[in-house]
Design a protein around this ligand. Structure first.
Ligand code: ME8
Length: 642
């Protein structure tokens, strides 16, 4: 096959601070699909991913876990790699920012930038939170306090090194304007130019003295390199870049990167800091940075603290690797955020993978077995109907190529699915079971089934980058070795080998209710979403006067079914209080019971009777039913609740 040249693709390196959720994992799956597709097309691909292992957060987490930072990141990097491997991602290099060669190179880059005057020493001034040992900008504060722990903050100065981004501002702006493909999607390019670059770049703080877990600045050991110079350099150190020396062959061959695939939140770092760093050390810039959208759970941001995080390995236990790959690749739009829930995933598997794709493969193989003992031949009786299918299949190849060039991975998958839908329609159009009734149609039936198997083969070769294991299964079931990109040039490469006589369904239809029960049984019910009321100050709370009383008398309201009328003794006074608890209690059960009443709620009349207060109760809705209990206390009557 023709060699199309080199293709270097990278993902962001994941923070080695915890297990990656499905949003983080989506990125490597997408990069993998692109890398595999380029390999299929004949590119010489290099695919790099890895972990970002330094920083204060990691230092703190390690301390909490009773580990050294290195011990901690070793565990985390292992877990991240395990998930990436589980998802069958075909990276060539997994870099860790604690790797020796990386650390050395970062020190050299930092020193060069300092020596040539691009990095200078000054003071960082900001709002400092002592318990968190963190600086915050004015806009990050919440009500003037630390956004992490809520403690008061104070102005503090810290000695830091700064990178003169402003020096390269014009050069960067020109570059972005003259390379329209550099930042993708387009909307993110405009955001960078209008919000950050054109208004003027601030110099960037690139070292810290307040924590130790970082690459030391070798000429000033109080400082460690702060985040971005360390993290971003991975893209070149992983190829064997040697500043001022002889680069490894890998670097000479693969740099500049063809694509940095990253999330939308870090586009700024990759399209401003990173190109400027490269300009400053005199290396070529990457060809493209694509800031993909985020994956949400339902409509919410994925968050461990909210308890809504979904993990790839849990999904895989229920659906298998390829169904998870399919879902995230198919469902994530190009520019807008996408969504995942267990329920949506079940729906998608049933509709696309079981009903459309799995069913097509299964039916076609079953008919080939039934009518031809699994063995077709290449003696065809064509019909104009076939041309449409053939054209559709070849057109799908072009569509997928084009969409992949634009990095529209979801659209590519949809186009492949369309081909399978078209094949299913062809079954309806040709009705093989009717052809089978008449022996004189045998050759036509052979042709129809051949066209179907060839349609399946073409679709599967295209699909192999997205769902490699499934593609391998289909190749085995239809017994083909025609799996190359070149075999997609014409309709008819399928060899007519004997298909399997024991086709296994590729995807079982899932019973949504039963599957969800199993999910809950295994993972526990997801935490219910709680909508909190707006925060109040203590004086607001103090306004409510609550006192323990005892029920002297309790009767039904003569004119309101749901309401009971209480006479309550507070020791120093008696009051009539009405409460809507008739459906939960018989009045006589409550006589003699202690209750808690809000005393200073404005008195009101309910159906003709006065209520001088309100009784507190606890309420919960469960399985659509409301449970209620009147609150009580063992304290003597007249006690104040506070
Ligand atoms: O940002 N949906 O690491 P990280 C899709 N170490 N993508 C998501 C996502 C979501 N819900 N949440 C996060 C870092 N991501 C740095 C990168 S690169 C030199 C340094 C993406 O572990 C996020 O945008 O927080 C990023 O691209 C990747 O996951 C790793 O995030």
């Amino acid at each position: 096959m023709e060699n199309k040249g080199k293709y270097y693709i990278t993902t962001a390196i994941a923070y080695a601070s915890g297990k990656p959720h499905i949003g983080n994992t989506y990125e490597i799956i997408m990069a993998d699909a692109i890398a595999r597709y380029r390999r299929l097309q004949g590119y010489d691909v290099r695919f790099q991913t890895g972990t970002d292992e330094h920083g204060q957060k990691i230092e703190e987490k390690a301390k909490k876990a009773g580990m050294t930072p290195k011990e901690f990141v070793d565990v985390q990097a292992g877990e991240i790699k395990r998930i990436f491997d589980l998802m069958n991602t075909s990276y060539d290099k997994f870099i860790r920012t604690t790797d020796d060669y990386h650390e050395k190179e970062v020190q050299k880059i930092f020193k060069k930038l300092y020596d040539q005057g691009d990095i200078y020493k000054s003071e960082y001034e900001g709002w400092y939170c002592t318990p968190c040992e963190s600086f915050w900008t004015e806009s990050q504060l919440v009500d003037g306090k630390c956004p992490t722990c809520g403690a008061p903050v104070h102005m503090e100065k810290e000695e830091s090194y700064f990178f003169k981004l402003s020096k390269y501002q014009k050069q960067l702006e020109d570059y972005i304007e003259s390379h329209p493909e550099f930042i993708q999607p387009e909307s993110r390019k405009n955001e960078m130019l209008n919000n950050f670059i054109r208004p003027g770049l601030q110099d960037l703080c690139v070292s810290r003295t307040s924590f130790k877990w970082g690459i030391p600045v070798d000429f000033d050991d109080k400082h460690v390199v702060y985040v971005w110079i360390d993290a971003l350099s991975n893209y070149i150190t992983g190829l064997g870049f040697h500043l001022g020396g002889k680069n490894d062959e890998l670097y000479e061959k693969y740099w500049p990167a063809d694509l940095h695939l990253i999330g939308k939140d870090i586009v700024r770092f990759h399209t401003i800091y990173w190109p400027i760093m490269l300009m400053a050390i005199g290396e070529p810039l990457p060809k493209q940075v694509f800031g993909h959208p985020w994956m949400l759970v339902g409509e919410d941001k994925i968050s461990k603290s909210k308890g809504n995080a979904i993990y790839a390995d849990d999904l895989v236990r229920f659906f298998g690797v390829d169904a998870v790959r399919y879902y995230v690749l198919h469902e994530m739009p190009f520019a807008q955020d996408g969504t995942i829930t267990w329920e949506l995933m079940i729906e998608r598997i049933n509709s696309d993978l079981a009903n459309v794709f799995g069913n097509l493969v299964n039916r076609t193989i079953a008919m080939t077995n039934k009518y031809f003992d699994g063995q077709l031949n290449k003696e065809f009786v064509n019909d104009p109907l076939d041309d449409e299918l053939k054209e559709f299949a070849l057109h799908t190849v072009k569509t997928v190529d084009g969409k992949m060039d634009e990095l529209k991975v979801g659209d590519s998958l949809e186009a492949i699915l369309e081909l399978f839908r078209r094949c299913n329609k062809y079954i309806d159009e040709t009705a093989p079971w009717l052809l089978a009734k008449d022996e004189t149609n045998k050759a036509r039936l052979n042709t129809v089934l051949y066209n179907l198997l060839e349609g399946i083969r073409i679709g599967t070769v295209l699909l192999s980058s997205f769902m490699p294991e499934t593609a391998a299964k289909v190749y085995e079931q239809i017994n083909t070795e025609q799996t190359s990109y070149d075999s997609l040039k014409e309709f008819g490469a399928y060899e007519c080998s004997k298909v399997t006589d024991q086709p296994e369904p590729l995807f079982a239809r899932l019973d949504p209710e039963k599957t969800m029960e199993e999910v809950h049984a295994l993972l526990g019910s997801p935490a219910p979403k709680v909508e909190h009321k707006p925060e109040i100050e203590f004086p607001d709370f103090e306004k409510v006067e609550m006192v323990v009383g005892k029920v002297l008398e309790c009767k039904k309201h003569p004119d309101a079914d749901k309401i009971l009328v209480f006479q309550v003794d507070f020791g120093y006074e008696q009051r009539q209080i009405l409460s809507g608890v008739a459906q939960y209690y018989k009045p006589e059960e409550l006589v003699g019971r202690k209750v808690i009443a809000v005393m200073n709620l404005k008195p009101r009349k309910i159906r003709g009777l006065d209520s001088q207060g309100m009784l507190l109760s606890a309420v919960k809705e469960e399985n659509g039913k409301e449970k209620l209990e009147l609150l009580s206390s063992d304290m003597e009557i007249g006690s104040v609740v506070c």
